[in-house]
Design a binder for this molecule. Structure first.
Ligand code: ANZ
Ligand code: ZN
Length: 812
């Protein structure tokens, strides 16, 4: 029998599973489907570290369990292969991205196979291959023809180091997500997807999906729906007026000045009247240099300048108020102008103090004392100093004041969103060419579907130009083309698409990866979609995870799919830390799984990924923990030498039943760490009391999703099957074709008892509990009962008497 030697068995099973297509997803099967999806990786030259492996291990456990539960499982893998990292890597090394990407994919695929993951490799997709990106271009055309795609000059975020524009989402604290350089604002013509058309649907449908609340909140905030009012301030002796946006119309009587964004177009029209124009222009120039984040920073001092010589009129009380410009007001939000109410908005309060502007209290708290005049009072309350609206509460007053304004054509309700259209064009080489042609006669013309794909030319000099133009612009052979309409000599669009476009629909292609006629067959989508479980990192909360939802909704609207939410359930795995920091090559704290595979085997690596801590929490990697898991597998292995052929031991049988229940439930709830520990307890017990073959087989089935190689090997040994991976004569039935064990409810029930609950010695309640419950747990459960709480009331508990298996008495 020998000792446990993972090197001897793991490769063998990996080959056999592939040969026999054990994890193949079957389009024709009648079984219930389960689509289990991982966020596909970016193929980086460094390969995967154990942090990356964590989420993949989780999804693999669930996929394998589903298979044993009799589902037809789709568990695919592919490569998000276009984009800046590959291109930047290529620029550094001089190796063309098409080559380096292939190498990186090969290496990571090797790692994933060595880990024993059950991907259906027949469905592998690579986004930088023409047979994939042809359909990315097709998607672009569908959006274009549906009016959801347009080109426009816009102020955009430009990274001077990456020499390309960035989506708003790719700017973190004013810096480029990729290279950390400060991002500049530039005015450039760019392509956009009209995601804002879907803002409401993206918001409302969040209620339908089983996603972590944290991600939902981030998406809600990112979409940023704000229901408020626009209010019109007239500028006397002048035909201009200024509309402000506010969510607090109830505070209108407290408005003592208004503020415009420095870029507000009305300023241009007012120039001749502004007495301090020089200083104003200087201020505007300064503001333009700052990023949005800098401008909105809470802790930053608020600056501004008055437009001297002009006043505006507050429409409810006809009071004249001064007009300022200040960079804390953004042009792109609301109307780009605000009414300032220093008594009830802290930013305005600070600003008013600084520039000596009046602060008028118009809202009093319903009870208690207002924090004014020290700081602004921000909450709703009762109106004061507000003419006919005084004494109304804030909610009522908002309605009444809005009505008043509406009647006089001075305002009305509006809804604004923080969400902006998705900027998808990039001035970089390594991406999908945008399928548009510019004809001198016909103008902007989409490439015909039959002419797709527009191939990305292989070029040697793919360095970014930095002039807001893609390096493709220098490639004559690419640029020059004929107009599909009139045949005139025309030129191609040379920008490429943001890689997030590639990843917005990849999960659909897995259902039909080799289709040459369509991106996917409708019947296959119907069979497999939506995805039942999606696992990946939380860092994608407002980019990828919003974009895919948008794509699904568009495709549904266009009739290509029947669902509008692509992922029913989402799980975000916790990050793996080492030496207190997230693993990264630059910090030198990366653990390479290859090393763990070689030294302990993939099963140990997997088990440790599961065992290291709660699945959704960040956890520190520990080499000791790895050894512990290796030891556990050794014990499991050695048990095969001790099996009894008959006579079940009652104690072991009961423990097995309990373990089946625990493992089954804990896997469903992503409590993998307690799943592993339950199996450890069982194996320890089996070392003392040897199990029967049947009992041991149950253990192997429970272990199989987590440690597939050892489980398969031991399973086949018990069935006397020796399979040789080189000669395929001997068929075998994989453990993954076995049924997931069920437990016997009756055998578990016996382990409960009734705890009598007394208060001051009198019986007041009873509760059914697990036999092995601890005193602490029992106490917490009992105290949370309504009846018990009523009896104890406000009294202090002086003493607790706990008799295990019988009663608990509270002395009060
Ligand atoms: C007057 C007021 C009084 C406001 C008060 C608040 C409290 P949300 O909920 O985020 O939409 N605002 C409007 N447009 C702005 C812009 N372009 N740049 C910066 N700030 C802007 O916030 C709406 C509030 O944000 C608006 O309501 C406005 O300030 C400010 F006691 O108007 B409020
Ligand atoms: Zn033409």
């Amino acid at each position: 029998m020998g000792n446990y030697n993972p090197q001897k068995i793991e490769r063998k099973w990996q080959k056999l599973w592939q040969t026999y297509r054990t994890f193949k997803a079957r389009d024709a099967s009648e079984k219930r489907k389960f689509y289990c999806l991982d966020m596909f990786p970016y193929p980086s030259a460094a390969g995967l570290h154990v942090g990356h492996l964590r989420g993949y291990t989780f999804s693999d456990v669930i996929a394998k369990k589903r298979l044993m539960e009799g589902y037809n499982v789709l568990h695919p893998m592919g490569w998000d292969a276009f984009g800046l990292p590959a291109e930047n890597f290529a620029l550094k090394t001089g190796i063309h991205p098409a080559i380096s990407i292939k190498k990186a994919i090969k290496n990571i695929k090797r790692q994933l196979i060595l880990a024993g993951f059950g991907y259906d490799w027949q469905r592998e997709i690579i986004t930088c291959e023409p047979d994939y990106y042809k359909w990315t271009q097709w998607m672009f055309l569908k959006l274009y023809k549906a009016g959801l795609c347009y080109k426009k000059e816009a102020p955009v975020n430009f990274c001077p180091s990456c020499k390309t524009v960035l989506a708003r989402e790719q700017v973190i604290n004013g810096k480029c997500e990729r290279c950390d350089s400060s991002v500049e604002k530039r005015h450039l013509e760019q392509w956009f997807f009209k995601i804002t058309d879907y803002a409401d649907r993206l918001l409302n449908d969040l209620n339908e999906i089983d996603w972590p609340e944290r991600i939902k909140i981030m998406q809600r905030n990112w979409i940023g729906k704000s229901e408020g009012v626009t209010i019109r301030f007239q500028i006397p002796d002048f035909k201009y007026q200024i509309d402000v946006f506010t969510t607090r119309a109830d505070t209108l009587f407290g408005c003592t000045y208004i503020v415009l964004a420095p870029e507000h177009p009305v300023i241009e029209n007012l120039k001749s009247k502004i007495l301090n124009l020089k200083s104003v222009e200087k201020y505007i120039a300064e503001a333009k240099k700052k990023t949005e984040i800098e401008r909105l920073a809470e802790d930053k001092e608020k600056t501004g300048i008055e437009l001297k010589g002009i006043k505006a009129i507050n429409p409810v009380n006809n009071r004249e108020v001064p007009i300022f410009i200040a960079d804390y007001v953004l042009l792109e939000y609301g109307t780009g102008a605000i009414m300032a109410v220093p008594a009830h908005d802290q930013r305005d309060f600070i600003f008013a103090k600084k520039y000596n502007l009046p602060i008028i209290e118009v809202i009093k708290p319903e009870s208690g004392k207002s924090p004014l005049p020290e700081i602004a009072f921000l909450e709703d309350g009762i109106l004061t100093n507000s003419g006919p609206f005084s004494e109304l509460n804030s909610a009522r007053a908002r309605e009444e004041i809005t009505k008043y304004l509406k009647k006089r054509n001075l305002g009305g309700k509006v809804v604004y969103y923080k969400l902006r259209d998705w900027l998808i064009s990039r001035q970089r080489y390594w991406g999908v060419p945008i399928p548009i042609i510019y004809c001198p006669k016909c103008g902007q013309i989409p490439v015909l579907e039959k002419d797709l794909p527009v191939l990305l030319p292989k070029i040697k000099d793919f360095r970014p130009t930095g002039e807001g133009k893609s390096p493709l612009a220098k490639v004559k052979k690419f640029v020059q083309t004929k107009c599909p309409n009139c045949g005139s000599l025309s030129s191609r669009e040379t920008d490429t698409m943001d890689t997030f476009v590639c990843s917005s629909w990849y999960f659909l292609r897995y259902t039909d990866p080799k289709n040459k006629k369509e991106p996917f067959k409708g019947s296959k989508i119907k069979k497999w979609l939506p995805v039942d479980l999606y696992i990946g990192g939380a860092e994608h909360a407002v980019m990828h995870l919003l974009y895919v939802r948008f794509f699904a909704k568009v495709l549904k609207n266009l009739g290509f799919v029947e669902f509008s939410e692509p992922f029913i359930k989402l799980f975000n795995q916790g990050i793996v830390y080492r030496h207190g920091a997230k693993m990264s090559k630059s910090k030198g704290n990366v653990v390479n799984p290859d090393y763990i595979f070689e030294k302990f085997g993939a099963d140990t690596a997997r088990l440790y990924e599961l065992f290291m801590g709660p699945a959704e929490q960040a956890t520190e990697w520990s080499d000791k923990g790895v050894v512990g898991c290796f030891r556990f597998l050794n014990k499991t292995w050695d048990l095969q030498k001790k099996l009894k052929t008959n006579i079940k031991n009652e104690k072991i049988e009961k423990l097995i039943q309990k373990t089946i229940k625990k493992v089954s439930e804990d896997i469903e709830n992503f409590r993998f760490n307690t799943t592993v520990s339950a199996l450890m307890v069982l194996v320890n017990e089996m070392e003392v009391i040897p199990p029967t073959i049947t009992q041991y087989k149950t253990l192997l089935k429970l272990l199989a999703p987590m440690a597939p190689h050892i489980s398969e090997e031991l399973w086949q040994r018990l069935n006397n099957v020796r399979v040789n991976p080189r000669s395929h004569q001997r068929k075998f039935t994989s453990i993954f074709k076995e049924k997931w064990p069920r437990y016997d409810e009756r055998l578990i029930k016996e382990d409960k008892f009734t705890l009598v609950i007394q208060i001051n010695g009198k019986v007041r309640d009873k509760i059914e509990l697990e036999a092995d419950i601890s005193e602490e747990e029992a106490k917490t459960l009992v105290l949370s009962r309504e009846k018990v709480q009523k009896w104890i009331g406000e009294n202090k508990i002086k003493k607790v008497i706990f008799v295990p298996g019988k009663l608990i008495n509270f002395v009060i």
